[in-house]
Design a protein around this ligand. Structure first.
Ligand code: ADP
Ligand code: MG
Length: 160
């Protein structure tokens, strides 16, 4: 796991945007962190990186998933209100994961065993009012390469 600290929401958007610009159809990003950590902020950045035109990316709290059109389709899930992983079938969870889009999942832990084997996982925690620690943990060749590229870009940008 490697992590960076952002000192304001703009920096978190920026990291999301960097990642979003590199994501391709079929990728899944799993987000972990308490309420207010910055999962939706990071998702907003990812949407920017995917060239989603909508200005407001809000957590799809009641519908569990919002769909946006970008360079590729962007599926934004928030599983906060999911009671049981079994409910995922009714929203077509597997179809989203196996689709031609990018799926970002807030509260990914609520999906339990339904999560795909390989995920680009991001853990966000609050350091203080404006600082967040953003940790990355990936599995699988594709995501390892993606993380290395992101790390290199963060270094170049002097965020790391
Ligand atoms: P979550 O989706 O995890 O519940 P949100 O992204 O909706 O969190 O909210 C994060 C809140 O924290 C926002 O109000 C945002 O402005 C604030 N914030 C302060 N500093 C940061 C930071 N470094 N990164 C992300 N959000 C931050
Ligand atoms: Mg949220």
């Amino acid at each position: 796991m490697f992590s960076v600290i952002t000192t304001g929401p703009e920096q978190t958007w920026h990291i999301g945007q960097m990642l979003g610009a590199r994501l391709a159809a079929g990728d899944t990003v799993c987000l972990y962190g308490d309420l207010g950590a910055g999962k939706t902020s990071l998702s907003y950045g990812i949407a920017l990186g995917l060239d989603v035109k909508e200005q407001y990316i809000t957590s799809p709290t009641f519908t569990l998933v919002n769909e946006y059109q970008g360079r590729v389709p962007f599926y934004h899930m928030d599983l906060y209100r999911l009671n049981d992983p079994g409910e995922l079938e009714s929203i077509g969870f597997d179809e989203y994961i196996d689709s031609d889009g990018v799926t970002v999942i807030e509260w990914a832990e609520r999906a339990g065993d339904e999560l795909p084997a390989e995920c680009f996982s991001i853990y966000i925690s609050t350091v203080d009012e404006n600082s967040r620690e953003i940790g990355f943990l990936v599995e699988g060749e594709r995501y390892e390469q993606l993380l290395m590229d992101l790390q290199a870009e963060l270094k170049k940008d002097k965020i790391l």
